[in-house]
Design a protein around this ligand. Structure first.
Ligand code: 26W
Length: 824
């Protein structure tokens, strides 16, 4: 049977070509003589997809046959980027495909460029989910992702007159060969309505019942996820909303056919668009609808799969682990409790024990403004039965706390799921903690901080064992092999092949070549080639020509005050002023030629972030056209930063900036991507920078700034009016205020934030130390050979940051699952 199954698979160039032609002629109904890059992309993808489906089916059958425990990763965002190159790499058929398309008259590079990014995420959290799903497959873990199939991903960013403008990202325009519509899997999801108490005809006991008011269907779309060096293929299931076939017959009978249909059509709006906020919470009803829609469909699917095993309910946690990627899926805790009690008739306590053993919760931020809280009224209208259950969960929990800590009103009110404010709110993080057996942060420092700050009272209640750390990681398949084929090949040539790609600690073996001048020369040449590629991207997207011999200094990530792009651009202005003030003859001896590269999206409603983008572009237009400066300084903002651009940018940096106010960046993952690609970093003692320093050594990283433990006191000083703006920063502000970089009015608020409104992100406190660190960068960059040594040693010590290691830690310490490999 398996043989027949694989009938359409190919294993050589000829086989691939015939599949390609078949897809052009049948799937696409085109002729091979009338086949452009888009058609070639679709035909290639469909050929690969056929191969994946075969293994996808085998893997799923295997997991069912062996009746294994599965991990379900619930994430509202999966920032996947492109799929084709990744599939070719993971299936180890990239060379084969390149040869085949070449013989057919195409270039693989051109075909790959046609694919739109699957940009169903905002930033770090969504990209982490994508790396994890790759590592789950690679590590042969039976694991599924569950998400939403948004029709519009994160907006595409245009720069108009220096400002960000948003355009819709309709990524499904040419359909999507990487998804398998499962139109037969349609799960009804209820909203609104009311609750009643009914008598159970079997037990005679009374119980609660939810009578929903509006029903919407969740349709499954499956994305096969290939692993590297294994034939296992896992599943990423994404839900799409559509109307039920029922519609409001009363309205219909009243003659309002149009309106009744229109209301149904609105069902599709649930999964229409990804919310573009990152680290900022807004209580929008549609967002809560998205969350419940996704959670209800996913749990229904998971429970249905469990019921098929015919096991008793108390074995549910032995078969199912569910990870909550931040608080966005926390309703799953409530929904599972509802399914077990209302629908399956389990006793409350029995059900609750199952719930707690099933869930784990990952926190990704300590920032107060990012914590989700839903107004009780909004919540209760949309999900009346769930509100009752939340109150019951909270009651039982508070009774437990009261017993352990009698008469501690402060404690009760801080750990309560209900915030007794006006209006009242449901605190999703509290609910997630109470409903899970384990809570983790995403880097050592962050995991310590959550225990000391936002969740300290829960440590009191549960003890600290419930709280743990899993430091983030990245997949080396995409972020080394795919993004940097040159470097990956050089490393493979030294380490005896590509085996290091799923055993990243092997990179350590590179250290022995550090004193080999030939190796260093090859290493440096690859960096230069990657910088040339980045220069081409800069030229094509900004029109600015940059010299690849300059120091490429990059900061790409979401634009946010806590990430401090403003600190970076103030530093750039300082450098420009210094350059101008230095006699021409001395400039080249004092300053290394530098290109300052920015990129990243601002949330559409985030005014300050948008102002920072404008400032970067304004500084760029002045500096780049200053004939006195030439190659000594260029400033560019690359528009529409996304995964596929990151794959060009990360390998092309000499230095990247990870300069958040200490204690604010939970982990950061682009820091890992840059170092893995041979770049050095300048950064604060924050997030995973701390562990990167531990791994690569203090000599190979440029750290600066105040420490997390000092932040509170410094902020207090500012609020007491005891701010000190260093002279360097005063000069920068004066230059801006004088109109040197365009109308100063629009930048006024940015400067005032630092000068008069408490400087919440401590730009003034860290500015001098930042300039010092940058000075050191210049000095070190001049010592070319030493710089290359640092680069090699850093890469050699990045093994720890493979997301494969993360998944192993989650599997062992949180999920209690084992890998299972399909033997071909
Ligand atoms: C409710 C609005 C909202 C949306 C997204 C709040 C919070 C988020 C995310 C949790 C923000 C996020 O992406 N956090 C990032 O997670 C990464 C992966 O763990 C970390 O590396 C980053 O430091 C963290 O900012």
């Amino acid at each position: 049977i398996w043989k027949r199954y694989g009938a359409n698979e190919f294993s050589d160039v000829d086989g691939f070509e015939s599949q390609f032609v078949k897809h052009v002629e049948t799937t696409l109904a085109r002729s091979i003589y009338n086949c452009d890059n888009l058609a070639a992309y679709q035909a290639t993808s469909n050929s690969i997809r056929d191969k994946l489906i075969v293994h996808w089916n085998k893997t799923q059958h295997l997991h069912t046959a062996k009746d294994v425990k599965r991990i379900y990763y619930l994430s509202l965002e999966f920032l996947m980027g492109r799929a084709l190159d990744n599939a070719l790499i993971n299936l180890e058929i990239r060379d084969l495909a390149a040869t085949a398309v070449d013989e057919l008259g195409f270039r693989l590079e051109d075909i790959l460029e046609v694919e739109p990014d699957a940009a169903l995420g905002n930033g770090g959290l969504g990209r982490l989910a994508a790396c994890f799903i790759d590592s789950l497959s690679t590590g042969n873990y039976p694991g599924w992702g569950y998400g939403l199939r948004y029709q519009y991903g994160i907006f595409s960013q245009k720069i108009v007159d220096g400002y960000q403008a948003e355009a819709p990202d309709y990524w499904l325009r040419f359909s999507n060969p990487w998804e398998l519509p499962r139109l037969e899997i349609q799960i009804p999801v209820d909203f609104y309505g009311y609750t009643t108490t009914v008598k159970d005809p079997q037990t005679g006991k009374s119980k609660k019942q939810w009578n929903g008011g509006e029903q919407i269907l969740a349709v499954a779309y499956d994305f096969p996820i290939p692993g590297y060096g294994t034939s296992n293929v896992n599943n990423l299931r994404m839900w799409s909303s559509k109307p039920t076939t029922e519609f409001d017959f009363q309205k219909f009978n009243e003659g309002d056919y149009q309106d009744s249909l229109a209301q149904q059509q609105r069902a599709e709006s649930i999964t229409a668009v990804l919310y573009p906020n990152d680290n900022f919470y807004k209580g929008k009803e549609l967002r809560l609808k998205q969350q419940y829609f996704w959670v209800a469909a996913s749990l229904h699917d998971i429970v249905r799969r469990f019921i098929k095993t015919k096991r008793p309910w108390d074995q549910f946690p032995d078969q199912v682990a569910i990870q909550l990627n931040d608080t966005h899926p926390t309703l799953a805790v409530v929904e599972l409790q509802r399914i077990l009690t209302d629908l399956q008739g389990l006793e409350w306590d029995v059900a609750w024990s199952i719930v707690q053993r099933t869930f784990g919760y990952t926190n990704h931020t300590v920032m107060a403004e990012a914590l989700e809280k839903w107004p009780v009224d909004l919540f209760g209208t949309l999900l009346p039965r769930h509100l009752e259950i939340v109150y019951d969960i909270n009651l039982a929990f508070l009774q437990m706390v009261e017993k352990k800590f009698p008469n501690d009103r402060g404690l009760l009110s801080s750990v309560s799921v209900i915030e007794e404010s006006q209006p009242k709110n449901i605190r999703m993080a509290n609910l997630a903690i109470i409903g899970s057996h384990r809570v983790n942060g995403v880097a050592e420092l962050h995991s310590q901080l959550i225990k000391q700050t936002i969740f300290s009272d829960f440590v009191k209640v549960y003890g600290s064992d419930k709280f743990t750390n899993v430091t983030n990681g990245i997949t080396p398949r995409r972020w080394l092999r795919q993004a940097n084929p040159g470097l990956a090949a050089l490393i493979a040539s030294k380490l005896g092949g590509y085996g290091y790609l799923n055993d990243l600690n092997k990179l350590k073996g590179l250290e022995q070549f550090v004193e080999d001048p030939g190796f260093r020369a090859e290493w440096a040449a690859i960096k230069t080639a990657n910088k040339t590629k980045l220069a081409a991207l800069i030229a094509s997207t900004t029109g600015v020509t940059v010299n690849p011999n300059s120091l490429f200094d990059v900061q790409v990530k979401r634009i946010h005050e806590y990430k401090r792009q403003q600190l970076n651009i103030f530093g750039v202005i300082w450098r420009y002023l210094q350059l101008k003030a230095t006699p021409k003859a001395e400039r080249t001896t004092k300053f290394v030629p530098k290109v300052s590269i920015f990129g990243g999206k601002a949330a559409p409603g985030y005014y300050t972030a948008k102002t920072i983008i404008k400032l970067v572009n304004s500084v760029g237009s002045v500096v780049n056209s200053d004939p006195e400066i030439g190659d000594l300084l260029k400033v560019v903002f690359i528009p529409d930063y996304n995964v596929s651009k990151a794959e060009v940018i990360c390998p092309g940096s000499d230095l990247s900036e990870h300069i958040s106010t200490a204690g604010t960046e939970a982990s950061g993952t682009s820091n890992m991507k840059f170092v893995l690609n041979g770049g050095l970093i300048i950064g604060t003692v924050d997030g995973a920078n701390v562990e990167i320093t531990r791994e690569v050594g203090e000599d190979n990283i440029f750290l600066f700034g105040n420490l997390a433990e000092d932040v509170e006191d410094l902020r207090h000083e500012h609020h007491m009016g005891r701010s000190h703006i260093p002279d360097s920063l005063v000069q920068v502000f004066d230059a801006i205020s004088s109109g040197q970089f365009g109308t100063p009015d629009e930048f006024q608020s940015l400067l005032d934030g630092v000068r008069f409104h408490g400087d919440h992100y401590l730009v003034s406190d860290d500015f001098e130390s930042y300039l010092e660190a940058q000075k050191l960068v210049d000095e070190e960059f001049r010592k070319k050979e030493d710089w290359v040594r640092k680069s090699i040693i850093s890469v050699a010590n990045m093994g720890f940051f493979s997301s494969d290691r993360c998944i192993e830690e989650y599997a062992e310490n949180i999920w209690n699952i084992e890998p299972l490999e399909e033997k071909v």
